[in-house]
Design a protein around this ligand. Sequence first.
Ligand SMILES: Cc1cc2nc3c(=O)[nH]c(=O)nc-3n(C[C@H](O)[C@H](O)[C@H](O)COP(=O)(O)OP(=O)(O)OC[C@H]3O[C@@H](n4cnc5c(N)ncnc54)[C@H](O)[C@@H]3O)c2cc1C
Ligand code: FES
Length: 261
Amino acid sequence: MSGHHEVKVLARRRYGCFVEVVMEASADFTAEPGQFVHVCCEGPGLILRRPYSLYGVRHGTVSLLVREVGAGSAWLCAVDVGYEIDLLGPLGRGFTVKGRGRHALIAGGTGMATMRFLASRLLEYGEDTTVFWGVDGEEECGGLDAKLAGEFDLHMATMDGSLGYRGSVLDCFLAKGAREYDFIYACGPRGMLAGLAEINARGTMADLQVCMEERMACGIGACRGCVVPAASPAGGYLTVCRDGPVFDGRELDWQRINGEI
Ligand SMILES: Cc1cc2nc3c(=O)[nH]c(=O)nc-3n(C[C@H](O)[C@H](O)[C@H](O)COP(=O)(O)OP(=O)(O)OC[C@H]3O[C@@H](n4cnc5c(N)ncnc54)[C@H](O)[C@@H]3O)c2cc1C
Ligand code: FES
């Protein structure tokens, strides 16, 4: 149920550069994979909430997978067990499971957060699900890859070759039979998503949904600080926080997005 939630931190687990924050949620907290929560991070100068994809929602708990990049995420990575966090959400439009078939989930870095929630939902539906995860190197994961490989079929790609395929996650996806999938879902840096949209238009031709991670302010469609170019003939822009963060690949103008990288 969307709205304000005060949630108690139950556990905090570090894996390399990532911290899983598990919180107690009320029984009526339900969400779709791809939706996010807007977190009130505390500290000097932290006025705006910070958006985080839902990593897991189950058995009265909600969890996030956080990478420390600045003051807000540093606070979240260090928050004490027992502390109550102020969350707004779940917000935005999540992924849609449109049919049965082979599903490829492609994550770059923290894009794994939303992909893990989606993979668990697809597996509940009994769907054929494969996850591809690209990171810089083994140290970044700190064993999280092994834990997730116990949950679903996972192919790792690392730029330094320290784990799995050596190269980008898109090259890994192409090397491991990109054309065999009916549905593709992706979350990661803009460049990765634009590259995937191009690969898909050139030949894969699967149904593509992407989750965009733009910088946000209000998180509810009011400030237009998170817009991305739309593919509609009239052009224009869509808000990531309210129209997204999940978009059908054809809804966005990838040429304009590429030009803005
Ligand atoms: C819908 C959505 C879902 C997200 N899900 C996750 C998640 O599951 N896990 C996770 O770790 N992060 C996620 N993010 C990114 C996360 O919101 C930012 O990392 C966080 O707001 C940074 O706050 P900060 O105070 O630590 O850093 P800041 O001090 O605000 O920024 C530190 C640095 O990070 C850069 N930065 C901040 N936000 C973003 C962004 N969205 N994209 C690219 N660069 C950015 C800034 O330009 C700056 O260089 C998500 C973002 C969105 C919009
Ligand atoms: S963050 Fe304000 S409109 Fe999206």
